[in-house]
Write a protein that binds this ligand. Structure first.
Ligand code: HEM
Length: 490
């Protein structure tokens, strides 16, 4: 049926008369195409037609703030994902519509991850950052694997209270598989069924062999992960002397009649955290290392600041953060320059009037975080890595803007943002104190920030040289590692 509107829809870039823009959205860096369309024809707010459905693109921070933050109720559901519901992933927080389960899960995450609560994780984050630096002292051959180990260990320790010893541990393998499956489900155009939501009511066997195989594999990955993490949590519940983790703390306190419901919510909350946390933070560590290779002067300036504040032979701790504005500026510039989640989307609950336009209820709305962080009106020379933009009188406001765009909007704002920033800060500061970061001599290709296809940024493999800056700092790292090993064995 046709609806009648008293205002026009936002403008649209040219597209096919029947298919609209369906075949024009690239799977590789769609955010860049969205910027190009905005610049060349349509302005910062425009509409695309994908399989005859409206998709509204927001390239401008102010528009996203007006809509996603100030009209939260209309912009709180994600567009439905057929594959997520076929595979059982729709109980993960990223896919949940607002309602009872959503509210409870967000509350659990908020209680564990708010600015104050996160202070309880600082010593774990610092120990993991030092262990990471020690492993890189031995070899920087596989720096990306080491970063994966760093963040997998942090997240699993935090949510399950178990520290996996290495990357081949089964809980990491299972968690990584589910995170990868979720990222594929979120990739626009990956599965044809997403264009035809009604097919989710059909038997899977009717959907073709590729979809059927993925549904079977993704479901199996999810079941295996839940079984494995339940086993670890149960072991913690059976041994009250084991320190509480995110999962065991909630389950120790819940009333017995609510146990089954809470257990399911907590299982999905913990896998949503892993899927939300690991690839995003690793992308930021990669971005940092590449930025340091490309900008030796910036690296040197940060190391001078650290040496002035810490003296020689002392490793950074979180309490140093406020005394190190230039390191803070580098962290912010890493998040701005290469935002790990370049796009985020909603399904519009009802018609909304905005500026001179009507945004039709039911449309998908995509906020282009990449475009906001690279808006030349907000950040001059946006392609340049320039931490200086966050120093001086306008610095604080610019930092706030970057955090607001990079971690998303409204009631779906990233619940892990304080965990992300405090852990990235200690990792960056520890690396800067320990190493001179440079390109590998003889490697001809300039390190760059190219990434894989997909919804999240995954930086393509690169090589770097990490040379210890002093024997005093190497000794300090070894001492810290011995004392944390001794503390663990007690
Ligand atoms: C640099 C690191 C990170 C970045 C840039 C990032 C960014 C984002 C963004 C943009 C969203 C979507 C928000 C929206 O739709 O408006 C999001 C959602 C989410 N993030 Fe993060 N994130 C990071 C790290 C983390 C960490 C460390 C955790 C957990 C400890 C986490 C857990 C989640 C979860 C569970 C969601 C889904 C929230 C929902 O749909 O209600 N993220 N994140």
């Amino acid at each position: 049926c046709h609806r009648y509107y008293n205002r026009p829809f936002p403008p649209s870039p040219p597209g096919h008369w029947f298919f609209g823009h369906t075949f024009h959205i690239p799977a590789y860096k769609p955010w860049a195409k969205f910027i190009e369309w905005g610049r060349s024809t349509a302005g910062p707010l425009y509409i695309l037609w994908v399989a005859r459905n409206p998709v509204i693109i927001l390239n401008d921070f102010q528009v996203a703030d007006d809509l996603f933050n100030k009209q939260r109720a209309a912009f709180s559901t994600r567009p439905p994902r057929v594959m997520a519901s076929l595979c059982g992933f729709d109980r993960g927080l990223t896919f949940l519509p607002p309602g009872r389960s959503f509210k409870k899960t967000r509350r659990y995450l908020h209680e564990a991850l708010n600015v104050r609560a996160i202070q309880a994780c600082e010593s774990m984050q610092m120990t993991e950052a030092q262990t990471y630096a020690l492993r890189l002292l031995e070899s920087s051959e596989n720096v990306q694997d080491e970063s994966r180990m760093l963040y997998s260990a942090m997240l699993i320790s935090f949510s399950l209270g178990y520290r996996p010893p290495n990357l081949s541990d089964s809980i990491i393998a299972h968690s990584d598989r589910v995170a990868k499956d979720a990222a594929l489900i979120l990739t626009t155009g990956k599965f044809w069924v997403e264009f035809f939501p009604f097919v989710r009511h059909l038997p899977v066997a009717f959907l073709g062999s590729q979809v059927a195989r993925c549904v079977r594999d993704f479901k199996a990955d999810l079941e295996e992960l839940i079984t494995e993490s339940s086993r670890i949590t149960q072991a913690a519940l059976d041994h009250p002397e084991i320190p509480a983790s995110f999962c065991s703390k909630i389950l120790r306190e819940v009333k017995s009649q609510d146990y089954v419901e809470t257990k399911e919510l907590v299982d999905y909350a913990s896998l949503s955290m892993y899927a939300g946390a690991v690839d995003t933070t690793i992308a930021s560590v990669d971005t940092f290392l590449v930025a340091m290779m490309l900008n030796p002067d910036i690296q040197l300036k940060a190391q001078k600041e650290l040496d002035n504040v810490l003296g020689s032979g002392r490793l950074p701790i979180h309490a140093d953060r406020t005394s190190l504005p230039y390191v803070e500026a580098i962290l912010t510039e890493v998040l701005r320059w290469n935002p790990p989640v370049p796009l985020t989307s909603r399904k519009l609950a009802s018609d909304v009037d905005y500026s001179d336009y009507i945004l039709p209820g039911g449309a998908s709305v995509v906020a282009n975080i990449w475009a906001m962080n690279h808006d030349p009106e907000l950040f001059s020379d946006p392609q340049e890595f320039q931490p200086e933009r966050f120093i001086g009188p306008t610095g604080r406001e610019a930092i706030r803007l970057v955090h607001q765009a990079t971690f998303g909007f409204g009631i779906r704002v990233c619940p892990g943002q304080h965990f992300a920033t405090s852990s990235l800060w200690i990792v960056i500061a520890t690396l800067l104190v320990t190493f001179t970061i440079s390109t590998v001599p003889g490697e001809h290709n300039e390190p760059g920030l190219d990434c894989e296809e997909g919804a999240l940024i995954r930086v393509l493999p690169y090589k770097c040289t990490l040379k210890p800056r002093s024997q005093a700092i190497v000794d300090a790292l070894k001492r810290c590692s011995e004392s944390s090993a001794a503390a663990q064995s007690k």
